[in-house]
Ligand binder design. Structure first.
Ligand code: SF4
Length: 369
């Protein structure tokens, strides 16, 4: 990744600092850009009268805004870089700083995947009426089927999405793909998302029944895994950093679903659960955690509420409970489950284990709205 090709939009931030005459600000940058943080601190301190303190804890999203703890240090303004504003209030004045990358990958590398996925979506659209009553075994099979969702398709459009550094490419890519013969839509999601086509690891709310398959502009498989788990729709990836194209394999998603199935089965006889509540402003789902505690009580099981800023095996493994239900960042249970000695499941998975939700509806991703 060529960091010099990133555009960090610091001008608005520095204007705001001058207008407010701020003396101490906090800078919060995502992990991948921390190498450049000191350079940015130098720029801000040279161009304004503010001192800058780097919020150096790990930061993976705008859910993780610097909050009131920094007020004790006298911080007047938070500059949060590389993520967009969410529907949360951290209690601190915050300036969101866009970071864009100027890579413009060639489309031809991803075309074979898009054509293949459109054909899969057309086949799914044609076959979707074949439902009926399922046996328990068939319902469990459907649960582990990556495309076994009940959600009906009304069309086979190509949904064009990306991670935040690449969203400026979407309008141009929309036109190029339409010229290449695809019916393209840039999905608009809910209040947790700021821009059309944006996806987060915990929110794919722009998905709708008219979308049959996806193209993701971005790098890594974090967002693609979540989007396919959530929708069961085929997805191609085009990386603006390298120009490489690949697909998110449905076999890989099915491996994850089999692992989730195994965890659900393993907690069916568990009697005591730790219920994790995230303390980060955009991960705090208190109502959901309390609902899990009530459901456990209804089934004669014990739930202990555990609040944490960061969730990690060393912080919870030692509690004398049988399993954990996670209401903080949904990706902790999905992506990191193998790091924990005891089963770590999502709220939906607990409800399936207790018989409150059914296998046959297919897997439901734990989305934060
Ligand atoms: S996936 Fe997790 S870290 Fe990323 S925005 Fe959502 S809650 Fe935050």
């Amino acid at each position: 990744m060529d960091l010099k090709r990133h555009d960090f939009e610091l001008d608005e931030l520095m204007e705001r600092i001058r207008a407010n005459d701020n003396r101490l600000i906090a800078l919060q940058v995502p992990e991948g850009l921390k190498m450049q943080a000191l350079e940015m601190m130098d720029t801000i301190e040279t161009e304004t009268s503010a001192q800058v303190v780097l919020a150096a804890d790990p930061c993976y999203g705008a859910c993780d805004l610097v909050h009131d703890k920094m007020q004790l240090m006298g911080v007047e303004l938070v500059a949060h870089m590389g993520h967009s504003q969410m529907n949360i209030n951290s209690g601190m004045p915050t300036e969101f700083i866009n970071v864009t990358y100027d890579g413009d990958p060639e489309l031809h590398t991803v075309m074979p995947w898009l054509e293949q996925h459109r054909a899969m979506a057309q086949q799914r659209l044609a076959q979707q009426d074949q439902t009926g009553t399922l046996s328990e075994e068939e319902a469990q099979e459907r649960f582990m089927d990556a495309v076994g969702r009940m959600a009906p398709l009304t069309d086979t459009k190509l949904g064009l999405v990306g991670s935040i550094q690449h969203l400026h490419l979407l309008p141009e890519f929309h036109d190029r793909l339409e010229k290449a013969g695809f019916d393209v839509t840039i999905p608009v999601g809910g209040a947790r998302l700021s821009f059309p086509g944006q996806v987060l690891g915990c929110n794919y709310s722009g998905d709708d029944h008219s979308i049959g398959h996806y193209l993701f502009l971005g790098s890594g498989d974090f967002h693609p895994i979540g989007l396919v788990l959530h929708t069961g729709k085929p997805l191609a990836m085009l990386d603006p950093y390298t120009g490489d194209a690949e697909e998110m394999s449905l076999q890989r998603i099915e491996r994850i679903l089999r692992q989730r199935f195994g965890l659900i089965m393993s907690v069916q006889d568990a009697n005591s659960f730790g219920i994790l509540i995230g303390e980060k402003p955009g991960q705090m789902r208190r109502t959901l955690a309390l609902r899990m505690k009530r459901i456990l009580a209804k089934h004669g099981k014990k739930g202990y509420l555990l609040a944490l800023e960061h969730v990690g095996p060393e912080l919870i493994d030692f509690y004398p409970v049988d399993a954990f239900v996670n209401t903080a960042c949904p990706r902790i249970a999905i992506d990191d489950a193998v790091k924990y000695r005891k089963p770590l499941i999502t709220p939906f998975e607990l409800e399936v284990a207790l018989g409150e939700k059914k296998w046959e509806t297919g897997y439901q991703f734990d989305e934060i709205p």
